[in-house]
Design a protein around this ligand. Structure first.
Ligand code: URA
Ligand code: SF4
Length: 180
């Protein structure tokens, strides 16, 4: 995994490498049972080379805490590992070019559960759209359970979502309890 992270840090396979300060491979427990996948690094993530360390990261940590988990208990990464300029959405070809890294990470960690945070991660992994309908439901990716959830940034704009997100997070607690 360290070697893979090094490879990502020096990757120039798509145009997103041009404006990045730091690629953000992802971090956490290499043997985590739960993997969280966001969209793309933002400004703070790009500065630090770490996922979810800005405002959305604060929300994510709070959500994890609500089910007695911390960042160290899970593995956190993104669909694309480099920050798109001006925080635009990652493009289809960028997602496709970066995708093998994500697939390799899933392969190595072998999580029991993947949480896709927001539409991009959800669409990339299980080709589903429409968070309003699908959040909290169970899907599958290569025999791994996938549960789409709202992106933590969504709660920054719509605080009403936070209780929905907390409810969806409950399943993480069950997961820890069942598998110890
Ligand atoms: N938003 C994301 O999708 N990923 C991050 O790492 C930070 C913010
Ligand atoms: Fe490489 Fe992914 Fe960064 Fe593109 S976004 S340069 S494919 S690591």
């Amino acid at each position: 995994m360290d070697q893979l992270s090094e490879e990502i840090k020096s990757c120039k396979k798509c145009r997103l490498h041009e404006n990045r300060k730091n690629a953000v491979p992802g971090e956490g427990d290499q043997r985590a049972k739960i993997m969280l996948i966001g969209e793309a690094p933002g400004k703070q993530e790009d500065e630090e080379g770490r996922p979810f360390v800005g405002r959305a990261g604060g929300t994510l940590e709070k959500l994890l805490k609500s089910v007695d988990l911390s960042r160290n208990d899970v593995f956190i990464t993104n669909v694309v590992k480099c920050r798109p300029p001006d925080n635009r959405d990652p493009k289809k070809d960028e997602i496709e070019t970066c995708r093998p890294y994500l697939e390799e990470q899933i392969e190595r960690i072998q999580p029991g559960l993947i949480v896709t945070l927001g539409n991009h991660a959800t669409h990339t992994l299980i080709d589903k759209k429409g968070m309003k309908e699908i959040h909290g439901q169970r899907f599958e990716y290569e025999d791994i359970t996938v549960i789409p959830m709202y992106h933590p940034a969504a709660a920054l704009y719509n605080p009403n979502l936070e209780s929905t997100m907390e409810e969806d997070m409950e399943v993480l607690k069950e997961m820890e309890e069942v598998e110890g």
